[in-house]
Design a protein around this ligand. Sequence first.
Ligand code: GLU
Length: 485
Amino acid sequence: MSKNIRVRNVPSPTGLLHIGTVRTALYNYLFAQKNGGTLIYRSEDTDRERSKKEYEENIISGLTKLGILGTEGVHAGGEFTPYRQSERAEIYREQLEKLLESGDAYYCFCTKEELDQEREEQQKQKLPPRYSGKCRNLDAEEAKQRVANGEKAVIRLKVPENREIIFNDLVRGENKTNTKELADFVIAKNLNQSLYNFTVAVDDHLMEITHVIRGEDHIPNTPKQILVYEAFGWDLPKFAHLPLILNQDKSKLSKRKNKVSVDDYLDEGYLPEALINFLALLGWNTSDEKEIFSLEELVEAFSLERVHKGGAVFDLEKLNWLNGYYLRNLEVDELIEKITPYLEKVGLKADKAELRKYVPLVHERIKLLSEAPDLLRFMLVDELDYQAELFLHKKMKVDLEVAKMAIENSLPELEAIDHSEWNQANLEEVLIALVKKIEVKNGHVLWPLRVALTGEQFSPGVFEVAEVLGKETSLERIKKGLEKL
Ligand code: GLU
C-alpha cells in the first residue's frame, strides 16, 4: 500500500505573505486534498536576523483567510511538533552528530581568508570556485577535540566525488547534477546552527513528507538535499518544482512592478475566491482552458502533470476580471456587507435599506470592493461637489448654453410626472419625447441631466439614477445644476 501523502508549506517568515508563497501553498493544498493527504505548515525561521514573529502571524492569517493553511503545523500542532525550526535545534544537533560519527560530515577549520585565497586562485586559473576539500581527511577525533577546545569550525557534508545525482522532477522531468559542481558544502555553522539544505532535509524526512512541491528557484538545492538524505540512508521524497511567477515584462515578480503582499490585495478588495482562482491558473490549467474554478473544483481538477514548465506571467487585468466576476455573482446583501467597511472608512454613511436601492446600480460594474465609495458616493451624499465645466461634452456638442436650455426645458416635464409614476420607463418616455419636441439629440438633454444628478464624469445612466434618487432629490439636484449655469 502506498504511504499517505504528506506535503508541506514551509515559508521563511522574513517578509509579509507573498503572492508566490500563496501559489506554492495552494498547489500543495490542492495536491493534498485531491489525494486524501495532509498539508503541514512549518515555519523555516532559522535565519535569526531576518525572521520575525509578526511575519509568521501574517502568513498564518493570510493563508487562513484564503482557506489553504492545512491541518497540521505551527498553527495546529500535530504528531511531529515542534513545527518551528528555531525550536528544533536539538533535533538538528543530534542528526549532525550522527553524520559526524559516521564520517559523512566533518569539521572544517578553514578561515575566511583561506577560503577567499582559494577562490582567487581558482578564478585565476579560470576554474569554478569550489571548496578544495582541505579539511576532509583530518582525523575526526582530533577535529572533535579542537572544537571542544574552542576552535571555530563549520560542518561540511562529505560529498561523493564525480557522481551524477539524478531525480525525476514531477513537473520538469529528469534532472542531473554531477557532484563535481557541488563540492563539500557547509551544512551547519556549528552544532547549534544548522543551515537550510540540512534542516529542510532532516525535517522533511522526520515529518514523513512524501512530496516536496516548491518554486523552481529551489532546483539547485535539490541535489544537495538528496545528498543529505543519502548520507543518512533515508528514502527520498518525490520532487516537483513550480514555474516562477513573472512580471508582464518577463522579469521575476518583484515589488517594484506589482504588489506582492497578499494583504495589499485583500485590503484593496480582491475576494479570496478570486485570488485563489487567479493563482491556481498561474502555472497550471485544464485541457479545456476553463477559467472559473471554486476551490472545490480546483481540488477536483488539479494534477501536477498539468503544471507548466515555463514561467507564469502575472496578469493583473485577468485578476481584475476574475474579481469582477466573483463580485457580480454575490447576492446584493453579501456585496453590501463586504463594501460597508470601505464606505465607513471614508466616512460615507448609509443604512442597508438605502444600499439595497443603490448597490444594484453599480453591481455589474464594480471590479474591486475599494471602488465602492467612488461608485456610490453621489447616491450617498447630500450635496454634490462639482464644477460647471462638467456639463461640457465636446463630442456630443454640449456647451453651457445647451446644458442650460436642456435643463430649463426638462424641469417642467419632470415636475409633471406623478410621484407614483417616477420610474425608469416613464422618465425615459418623457425625456425622449422632449428631445423630439425640441429637436435636439439625446445627448443634449441626457448628458446635462445626468451630470446634475450625479456630479460625476461617469455613472450609471440618467433614468436609473433618477429613479433610485426619487423625484424630490432628483429635482432638487437638477435645480442646483441650473444654478451653476
Ligand atoms: N523556506 C524556504 C523558502 O522560504 C522554502 C524551502 C522549501 O520549500 O524547501 O523559500
